[in-house]
Ligand binder design. Structure first.
Ligand SMILES: [Fe+2]
Ligand SMILES: [Fe+2]
Length: 303
């Protein structure tokens, strides 16, 4: 079914919503380390029966740090992608020009927002949490693909931020209010990005040949595979961060179990929630029904 998204409607919603970073974090507004940061649906630490409640909370917070870093990282390639898409379209439809520039401006603000939260986390957590990178290499790898391939991957990312908030955070009263506020404010603006990126992807797909569409879906799978490789490395970093934060001596089997739980949680957070998102799949189906079937076939490995 065709959506009724428009550049004008997205721009007007964005102008109504607009918020400032200093309204969310800084000064008296700090992360509260006595509370979890991530909803259990994403963190997936409760099954680790050998951990105390405090240790589960620490691992949850480690995953919170990873979420901040991961979104900081993906926004690093979304920003140039949107700017490049907008560049040849700077005249003509005024609403489109303004909506695309607003989209880019918001992603630049989100990079700053996630960085600010990360600094706040590092100041309060008490020990180091490593993160994959360097961001520049990851950005260069992703942007080496065709605009349609990158656009589909970006659309996946935009939809997952909505799902994370709506399904796990909005009605959750246990989470740290500051972290919850971050996810809420991100969701508010990402709600427009999902629509704008759908319009971008539809525009690119309408101009693409059958071969280019096939290539784009292959690239989407490649980018997903690349992210999954990063996730595997990051799961080990998260376990290491937990060990240095708690000083806990994990038995070999406990370490393996923790690694598996973190990996499963990360795969669901960053891959499964997008690959099974009904609106993402609806756009994919509109472009190529077989591609939807393929994604649905791959999805269970990440759910
Ligand atoms: Fe964002
Ligand atoms: Fe976005």
């Amino acid at each position: 079914m065709k959506n009724n998204y428009s550049y004008q409607e997205a721009l007007e919603a964005s102008e109504r919503i607009s918020w400032r970073i200093k309204d969310i974090i800084g000064g008296e507004k700090r992360l509260d380390f006595s509370k979890p940061f991530m909803p259990e649906s994403l963190a997936q630490v409760s099954t680790l029966s050998f951990l105390s409640p405090e240790e589960k909370r620490t691992l949850n917070q480690v995953r919170g740090h990873e979420y901040l870093a991961m979104f900081g990282l993906v926004e690093e390639f979304i920003l140039p992608y949107v700017v490049e898409h907008a560049r040849p379209k700077l005249s003509g439809d005024d609403y489109r020009v303004r909506a695309l520039l607003q989209f880019a401006g918001e992603e630049a603000k989100h990079i700053h927002l996630f960085k600010t939260f990360r600094h706040n986390f590092e100041a309060g957590f008490g020990s180091k949490c490593a993160f994959i990178g360097p961001a520049e290499d990851i950005r260069n790898f992703v942007l080496s693909h065709s605009p349609l391939g990158v656009g589909i991957a970006v659309l996946h990312i935009e939809w997952i931020t909505l799902r994370h908030y709506i399904e796990g955070v909005r009605d959750n009263q246990d989470l740290d209010p500051q972290f919850k506020s971050l996810l809420k404010h991100h969701w508010l603006e990402e709600s427009q990005h999902t629509k704008l990126d759908t319009l971008i992807v539809e525009d690119l797909a309408a101009k693409a040949s059958e071969k280019e569409v096939d290539q784009a879906f292959q690239e989407y799978a490649e980018i997903g595979g690349f992210i999954d490789e990063g996730i595997k490395q990051q799961a080990e970093f998260d376990v290491e961060a937990f060990v240095s934060a708690t000083g806990r001596n994990l038995a070999k089997s406990e370490r393996a179990e923790m690694n598996e739980a973190v990996l499963k949680g990360m795969r669901w957070t960053y891959l499964g929630t997008g690959m099974t998102h009904p609106n993402f799949l609806a756009t994919v189906e509109q472009i190529k029904p077989e591609a939807r079937a393929q994604i649905e076939q791959m999805a269970p490995a990440f759910c």
